[in-house]
Design a protein around this ligand. Sequence first.
Ligand code: CA
Length: 257
Amino acid sequence: MKSRIEGAGTAPLRRASRILVVEDEPGMVLALEDALRGEGYEVAASADGIAGQKEAATGRHDLLILDVMLPGRDGFQVCQNLRAAGLRTPILMLTARSSTIDTVMGLRLGADDYLTKPFEMQVLLARVQALLRRAEAARAEAVQADPGRVVHAPLPAGSYHFGAFRLDTETMQLLKGDVPVPLNVQEFRLLEVFVRNPNKVLSRDALLSEAWGYDTETTTRTVDVHLAWLRQKLGEKDFPRHLITVRGFGYRFVPEP
Ligand code: CA
């Protein structure tokens, strides 16, 4: 699946939330896709438990909508396997009947919320929004607890906007408008580290370990050299706008100068 820029996701450094629907009833899948896309979400779908679990395990999604009754592997089992594998993506389970056992079971196995079929689409959308907001708040809290903390996890696949640029972490491309800006792998990695750590001062050591890894023979001078190349490609060699030198500390990435 290619990343797409959608209406709701074009704000700087924001992307549309990605939702995976694991459901085998084609009519239900269509209805969910329609409703969710109408809200600006990106939607992918899997029609059975095995494929759904595999897709979910990639961690590319912000939320899973998981039906209980599935061919291949039931939703409970999928949920349990994903949580056992350490996946923390919010899961909204769809249970076929209003059975207390089903809902308790789902929540016990690690689902975050559940809905009983049939349900009102507006109710589902409200639950989806609440789960996404809760996950976002938890992330923000973690960052706030330690504002200087470097984010180590690679950015989820998608498009990230800053200034006139768009970094696509799926195709590993930088675009200025529609025009690709050629970056080598190392420049791309360095830029990705900045984009995932906006407005933070990053030391040369931090940049080296994030973009090159510890086991290289590169020195902090390498960081300066690559940074100069990156500035040149962003067209800010003489007047840095996005990549700002913080004397005595390192560099700071400013998404919207
Ligand atoms: Ca089903």
